[in-house]
Design a protein around this ligand. Structure first.
Ligand code: MLT
Length: 255
């Protein structure tokens, strides 16, 4: 069973963290939103306090099944499912497998599109490098996820993100990289959902191809797209703005 943090009562929102992160990243959002909603933040396999032992490859659909197990355990049969980056890929896989349980979908700095060939190659290299020298991998890769102009002033947030990465297991990291590499195009999941959807993108996000995603989202119903002046790490770079977007979107779409 995956580790989870559960707070509040009411309509349920699930938050899934990204690669190298854990459920702590949602603490600010969980504390604020749990005054009105039930907020569940889950540690994905190999990350945070969930078991360090994982499969060789953690496919997005396998992680989605484990998320569903948590919801079954809590006897929750309807959720707004959301996630940051890799967590968004898992949220999409969840919406594909358990559409009947989804009353809304949120993507923070994530995409419906699969990896291209270059990215697929980089995933395998990263899986090799991280096992050999994890500290160096985190030190070099994590600051790049922040908008360049935010790096000098967000040193303590960068340290926090590096600390989270150190909580992940090396097998979990490698399995997540291989799983992300295999993920399929889930544009149709969004297109066919028929429920409220939000997407938050970062103007300076190097990890996501925003313009391709926006093109693919043309004509999708009940979709709100918000752009922030951040890199890939809105929850740390602009928490207040992300919270305000969430609160507004929730108020507009659910009574
Ligand atoms: C993440 O933040 O979860 C990853 O950067 C996602 C990715 O590499 O595609």
């Amino acid at each position: 069973m995956l580790y989870y943090r559960d707070k509040g009562k009411g309509k349920t929102i699930v938050f899934l963290h990204g690669f190298l992160e854990n459920s702590r990243m949602w603490r600010f959002f969980q504390n604020k939103l749990s005054k009105k909603y039930r907020v569940i933040a889950i540690d994905l396999p190999g990350h945070g306090r969930s078991s360090k032992k994982t499969n060789e490859v953690n496919r997005m659909e396998d992680m989605a099944k484990k998320v569903n197990k948590v919801l079954e355990h809590l006897k929750i049969d309807e959720v707004i499912i959301s996630g940051h980056s890799m967590g968004g890929y898992v949220a999409l896989a969840f919406a594909e497998q358990y559409k009947y349980k989804v009353s809304g979908l949120g993507l923070f700095y994530s995409t419906t599109l699969p990896d291209d060939d270059i990215k697929k190659e980089q995933r395998l290299k990263a899986a090799e490098v991280v096992v050999k020298n994890p500290k160096e991998f985190f030190r070099l890769s994590i600051p790049n996820l922040f908008a360049p102009q935010n790096v000098p002033k967000l040193q303590s947030e960068i340290k926090t993100a590096i600390k989270w990465a150190k909580h992940a297991s090396l097998t979990g990291i490698s399995a997540a990289l291989k799983g992300m590499r295999l993920r399929k195009d889930r544009t149709d999941v969004v297109r066919d959902l028929g429920k409220p959807i939000f997407i938050i993108i970062g103007k300076y996000d190097n990890a996501i191809k925003n313009s391709e995603l926006i093109k693919k989202m043309e004509g999708v119903k009940k979709l709100s797209i918000y752009e922030l002046e951040t890199g890939h790490m809105g929850a740390l770079e602009a928490p207040e703005e992300c919270l305000e977007i969430l609160q507004t979107w929730l108020k507009q779409n659910y009574k």
